[in-house]
Write a protein that binds this ligand. Structure first.
Ligand SMILES: [Zn+2]
Length: 244
């Protein structure tokens, strides 16, 4: 177990089921005037789709090439119309979360996440559902953040300070997906659970993916206030034309 994971378990986040239930889901870092990039909008519905058994896992009965990613993982379908309807702060848009993870975009503003010599900035809670499958890395479904959005998020929700830990992550890689797990009843695949599945697991063919998960391997816990102070100094040094 690495340092941050131990700290997360030992009290900063807490290890109780009650605290886990109270922790807002990813995408919930919200002020009324800020809609996170990865939040879903009420107009973005999941179209009806039928899942069937294929040669070595699940498939859509009317599957199209873009239903799978480059690894061949089947993804939940969802409409794409950000800004239309009401923001659903607690619900994550599958494709924007995936894009933010792949491109290391800030989960709140969709701009580049903050990266310094110390690493990329993450706020993490206790995310891994199946720790045995993930060895010792910390695994998260939360995309990284830029410094201003991280500070704003935590300031907006004081309880987040107790439930999340700020990390500078030096080494990380995409590790798997979170989604609905299926198994066969006769010849019919039926969803029976939601879980994180590593890419190397045989279950990857039996999951309908909803989020990409990142494995955080080497990282340091940091103080967000100090990160913000350093960010402001960097901005000042960069000059007024680049400080906007
Ligand atoms: Zn941001």
């Amino acid at each position: 177990m690495n340092v941050a994971e131990r700290v997360v378990r030992d009290g900063v986040v807490g290890d109780g089921a009650e605290e886990r239930r109270e922790r807002p889901p990813v995408g919930a870092f919200a002020r009324p005037d800020v809609v996170p990039y990865i939040a879903r909008w009420s107009s973005e519905r999941c179209p009806p789709s039928m899942v069937a058994a294929g040669d070595r896992g699940i498939r859509y009965t009317d599957e199209l090439p873009h239903d799978r990613d480059a690894r061949g993982i089947l993804w939940k379908r969802i409409g794409l119309s950000p800004g239309k309807g009401r923001p659903e702060f607690g619900n994550v848009h599958f494709f924007r979360q995936r894009r933010a993870m792949r491109k290391l975009l800030c989960q709140i503003c969709g701009g580049p996440a903050d990266r310094t010599a110390d690493g990329t900035l993450w706020l993490v809670g206790e995310d891994a559902d199946d720790r045995d499958a993930w060895a010792t890395d910390l695994v998260t479904g939360h995309p990284p953040l830029c410094v201003p959005c991280a500070v704003t998020s935590v300031r907006a929700c004081p309880h987040l300070r107790k439930q999340y830990v700020a990390l500078r992550v030096r080494t990380f890689e995409l590790g798997g997906v979170q989604g609905a797990l299926y198994r066969l009843y006769g010849r019919t695949p039926v969803a029976y659970s939601a879980d994180g599945v590593p890419f190397h697991s045989w279950r990857i063919h039996w999951v309908l993916a909803a989020q990409l998960l990142m494995s955080l391997a080497e990282f340091t816990m940091v103080d967000l206030a100090e990160e913000h102070a350093q960010y402001m100094r960097r901005k000042a040094t960069a000059g007024p034309e680049r400080a906007a």
